[in-house]
Design a protein around this ligand. Structure first.
Ligand SMILES: Cc1ncc(COP(=O)(O)O)c(C=O)c1O
Length: 447
């Protein structure tokens, strides 16, 4: 008898971020095929993937060109390390390409890893090493934001501001501090923009003053906060954060794992506000998920701090085996070519506006509290009471219920608590966006 992958999933896998006890209710989707913004599961059902898998299939599914580029590379040279004076030509070519792409931000070097958490971990260690070798060894603390998501490894998790992710693994790494996010719909200070005078950004300056600028190495933030509820900051926020970092010699790390490679309608999220970070962190859209890859970009000064001679101990003693994997690098180069040649960044901007218009039309519904979008990353926040913005009791699992309703109608979204998140492949069509909006209107109406 042929095996049923859905049963085997429940029996043999221990899946990430999954309550395995509730799988029967969740109706697992085991994908077997994908094309554009659509996937097909093991039962032959088609779904519009409104979430680009995990915010990453930017170039869409079924891209033969990327598959061929990676395959050709594997036939030629399957893998070779980049440690200690060796490397491979395609990793080098990708480093050059990424430095060229980030020229407006002033990045000078690319360091490779296997995904977002590792790339964040790399940035945090680079920041500490930079200050240590520049004669400011006391600068080791990292400030990030509540509701931020930077990954799961201990350093990245320590920067992450999602309580549920953190609590079972405490104590975390010492030296991490969290400030309030720029969450205007539920402003932590009960203020309104612009009268708030960006109190959430000013908190960074107060926190640096409280900790002592001579102890703070870096601030890390996602240009648009993803997993914490798709929080799009108000105008002026990032400019003020950058200014505070500069004023106090605090490195600014832009975690572009979700926002990079076109997602927000700019090649990189921080470009919306003309912010020049000291480091940038990439993964996900870097290969559109065809192979695992992360990259940490750094300014020349940070790199230069680690320059010396063997034996002096200045080199960056960090790197995972798969750093600069040639097949992943080949996939990334081809993916970047597609994003540029097919104008997917501009497409994200145009279709993002179209999606946002459609979401705005839903704001008349009684349980739609807030909608927002920047390019093709969008939020719809469900509320029990629109006037008071009162949330549903968590026991009602409103987001999860809407998500189940959407799946029944053939649309994949992502419930982040009661925020329904959309982040489709950048190749999604207007027709598919219409289908998502129609299903959303029906399911929210049922709520
Ligand atoms: C902003 C951000 N940083 C880092 C990560 C961690 O990336 P990975 O899951 O590849 O380790 C994620 C994952 O969603 C993310 O959204």
């Amino acid at each position: 008898m042929e095996s049923d992958p859905r049963k085997d999933y429940a029996q043999y896998m221990w899946a990430p971020y999954t309550q395995m006890g509730d799988l029967a209710e969740e109706e697992p989707i085991v994908a077997v095929d994908g094309d554009g913004a659509t996937i097909v599961d093991s039962l032959g059902r088609e779904f519009i993937d409104g979430h680009a898998a995990l915010w990453l299939a930017n170039a869409g599914f079924g891209r033969t060109e990327i598959v061929e580029a990676a395959t050709e590379q594997m036939h030629k040279l399957s893998w070779f390390p980049s440690f200690g004076g060796m490397s491979n030509e395609v990793a080098i070519a990708l480093a050059k390409r990424l430095v060229q792409l980030t020229e407006p931000e002033g990045m000078a070097r690319a360091f490779f890893s296997s995904g977002g958490s590792e790339a964040v971990e790399t940035a945090l260690k680079m920041a500490r090493q930079y200050w240590r070798l520049s004669g400011h060894g006391g600068k080791f603390k990292v400030i990030s934001r509540r509701k931020s998501y930077h990954g799961v490894t201990f350093g990245a998790l320590s920067a992450t501001g999602v309580t549920a992710n953190r609590r079972l693994f405490e104590p975390l790494v010492p030296g991490f501090r969290h400030i309030e996010p720029p969450y205007c719909y539920r402003c932590p200070y009960g203020l309104e923009h612009p009268e708030c005078a960006l109190a959430c950004a000013e908190e960074l300056e107060r926190t640096i003053a409280f900790e002592g600028a001579d102890t703070v190495a870096a601030f890390i933030g996602e240009p648009v906060m993803g997993a914490g509820g798709v929080i799009i900051p108000p105008e002026g926020y990032w400019q003020r954060i950058e200014e505070i970092c500069r004023d106090h010699d605090v490195l600014l790390i832009a975690d572009e794992v979700i926002t990079g490679f076109g997602r927000t309608g700019e090649m990189f999220g921080c470009r919306h506000w003309n912010v020049k970070p000291d480091m940038m962190v990439f993964a996900k859209g870097l290969t559109s998920g065809y192979l695992p890859l992360g990259a940490t970009m750094a300014r020349e000064e940070i790199f230069q701090a680690c320059i010396g001679k063997w034996g002096e101990g200045r080199e960056f003693r960090h790197g995972t085996t798969y750093s600069g994997h040639p097949a992943a690098a080949a996939a990334a180069l081809e993916n970047i070519r597609i994003i540029e040649e097919e104008g997917l960044v501009e497409r994200a901007r145009e279709l993002g506006d179209y999606l946002f218009d459609g979401l705005r039309e839903l704001t008349g519904m009684p349980h739609v509290g807030d909608v927002n979008a920047l390019g093709l990353i969008a939020r719809l926040e469900l509320v029990a009471d629109k006037e008071t913005r009162e949330a549903f009791p968590s026991s009602e699992l409103a987001g999860l219920r809407v998500n189940r309703g959407m799946l029944k109608r053939g649309v994949i979204m992502r419930p982040l608590g009661d925020v329904m998140s959309l982040s489709p492949p950048l190749v999604i069509t207007k027709g598919e966006i219409d289908a998502i909006l129609l299903a959303l209107a029906q399911v929210v109406d049922e709520l």
